[in-house]
Ligand binder design. Structure first.
Ligand code: SAM
Ligand code: 2KA
Ligand code: SF4
Ligand code: MG
Length: 209
């Protein structure tokens, strides 16, 4: 059984695929925060910008099989032309994405991306792996396509991750009222350490999902 908060068709806002049309499938639940505001201050990840509790979002629900979830995702793709693209996110999608779901999406011709905190194993076959480390948590996914670190984080400094095997290294300004100058801090860090690039949350800038 897969538990999905919401699904929608939009442009990927972040990272190397920013601007690319994609179906977003947001799973419920996370291993680094309960999702409840009263638990935020104690959470390993305390700056999350997302509601991932329960299946009450747009097109959310429970899906008993990989095929039923895959065919629902396919319905959001507008045309048979081109390569359809799905982004699995959450919450923490690594808690639910499994081999049957990867195989079902590939059978429908989809390219598959994941946004993960990197603390849980992933099934084989995901086409684009984005790892976004959180605070003091241990990252076990040490290779992938992009490492996208929310910055600044006291307990997750960029130096800890720069040796890992990723094709792209991004710093994404933290969207948090406690840190109003995060974008300038990212600019300054990238200019001093040019292996890092800036990732902006462009969907928030233009006002789309
Ligand atoms: C909501 S998370 C879900 C996927 C996964 N749990 C993770 O953390 O990567 C999706 C993306 O949003 C980023 N993100 C979450 N809260 C943010 C914030 N306040 N400011 C900037 N990026 C944020 C995460 O780092 C991650 O790259
Ligand atoms: N447009 C858009 N792009 C995104 N990239 C990562 C997102 C996420 O919440 O995982 C996200 C999101 O929520 N919306
Ligand atoms: S790990 Fe991801 S989903 Fe979980 S609380 Fe942090 S940003 Fe949100
Ligand atoms: Mg988001």
């Amino acid at each position: 059984m897969y538990s999905v908060k919401e699904m929608f068709y939009t442009l990927q806002g972040e990272g190397a695929h920013a601007g690319r049309p994609a179906v977003f499938c947001r799973f419920t639940g996370c291993n680094l925060w309960s999702g409840r505001e009263q638990d935020r201050a104690q959470a390993i990840c305390d700056f999350c910008d997302t509601d991932f509790i329960s299946t009450d979002g747009q097109n959310g629900g429970k899906f008993p099989t990989a095929e039923s979830l895959a065919s629902t995702i396919q319905r959001f793709w507008p045309t048979p032309e081109g390569k359809p693209f799905v982004v699995f996110t959450g919450g923490e999608p690594a808690l639910q994405v499994d081999t049957p779901l990867i195989e079902a999406m590939h059978l429908l011709g989809f390219e598959i991306a994941i946004e993960t905190n990197g603390t849980r194993p992933l099934p084989e076959g995901i086409d684009w792996i984005c790892v976004s480390p959180k605070g003091s948590s241990e990252v076990i996914i040490e290779a992938g396509d992009e490492l996208k670190l929310v910055y600044p984080q006291d307990k997750a400094l960029p130096e800890r991750f720069k040796h890992l095997s990723f094709s792209h290294f991004y710093l994404q300004p933290i969207d948090d009222p406690r840190c109003p100058n995060a974008t300038q801090q990212v600019i300054d860090y990238c200019l001093r350490h040019p292996r890092w690039k800036m990732s902006l949350q462009t969907h928030k800038i233009v006002g789309i999902d």
